[in-house]
Design a protein around this ligand. Structure first.
Ligand SMILES: C[S@@+](CC[C@H](N)C(=O)[O-])C[C@H]1O[C@@H](n2cnc3c(N)ncnc32)[C@H](O)[C@@H]1O
Length: 284
């Protein structure tokens, strides 16, 4: 991919934002839902692409995706709530995509939340949320920038204060970034993190097992996009080791552990995404 190629939610890596929103929409309809995202269905469908509207629509593997996305969404929702209970009042969602946490979580007064993503992805989300009369439950700031560009400058320009403890989230992100950008991203997070800061990361480790998965091939056909090609092929050092190297206290939770803790049965028997990685949380 040429450096700094732009995309919207119907093209390039942007389409993965649409996919996650489609999964959150279906998760929200479940009797045993782990999250309720009232905007996910509109965000998933308004781009005009065919999206799955039932668990079986996009192949058997899609159920696994919904199970997993519901789990990861809840896990990070609760993590943000704990960070706020611990006194954090500044949050940054790196590659926010169609994330609606700014609108659906019970943020404490004065919480400032920065959403970083490509300009067209954020503009699409804004338009749909405005149509639905959505109002943020915090002080929300958009940072329309490519993470391969000077995003720290854009973040500061949007009002980010590096003197405040920050809760950073990297959900559905690192696997799409070139290794160099990923490595630099955590270095910058470390540099811009006051004591008391935290980070949560979805860490897709066993990328090959996902890439070779038949479910993914079936899903690619349905979405009309080669999903394998969206993942960065680059190897990179484990983010847990990198954060530990900066002196952060790191905790690793497997998908099975998280599923047990949050009461999510992995109905497909745990394959695809549920076997692809783990969740990291770290504090400085
Ligand atoms: C799988 S989606 C995840 C979105 C969101 N975190 C969620 O879980 O709903 C991946 C997101 O990463 C964003 N992204 C990937 N590479 C990026 C880059 N270089 N700069 C900015 N955003 C990027 C895409 O635009 C997309 O919104």
């Amino acid at each position: 991919m040429p450096a700094n190629e732009e995309w919207d939610v119907a093209s390039g890596v942007g389409i993965t934002a649409l996919m996650v929103a489609a999964a959150r929409a279906l998760e929200s309809e479940r009797a045993d839902r782990l999250i309720e995202d009232p905007y996910a269905a509109a965000l998933a469908t308004a781009a005009g692409r065919a999206v799955p509207t039932a668990a079986a629509d996009f192949g058997e593997g899609w159920q696994d995706t919904i199970d997993y996305i519901g789990l990861r969404s809840r896990l990070f929702d609760e993590w943000f709530e704990r960070a706020c209970a611990g006194g954090v009042r500044q949050a940054v969602i790196l590659a926010a995509g169609l994330d609606t946490r700014a609108f659906r979580l019970p943020w404490p007064p004065g919480l400032r939340l920065f959403e970083v993503d490509q300009p067209k992805v954020l503009a699409y989300k804004d338009a749909i949320l405005a149509d639905h009369g959505a109002r943020p439950a915090c002080e929300r700031h958009e940072v329309a920038v490519d993470l391969r560009d000077d995003w720290p400058a854009a973040l500061r320009h949007a009002g980010f204060d590096p003197a405040l403890p920050t809760a950073w989230l990297g959900e559905g992100l690192l696997c799409y970034l070139p290794a160099e950008t990923d490595v630099r991203l955590l270095e910058v997070v470390d540099e811009m993190s006051a004591p008391g800061s935290r980070i949560a990361i979805e860490n897709l480790t066993a990328k090959q097992s996902v890439l070779l998965d038949d479910d993914l091939a079936q899903s690619s056909e349905k979405w009309g996009v080669d999903l394998n090609a969206l993942f960065s092929p680059d190897d990179r050092p484990d983010p847990a080791d990198r954060l530990a190297g900066f002196g952060w206290q790191v905790r690793r939770e497997t998908v099975d552990e998280a599923a047990g803790r949050l009461g999510r049965a992995l109905t497909s028997g745990g394959r695809g995404l549920t076997r692809a990685g783990d969740f990291l949380t770290a504090a400085r």
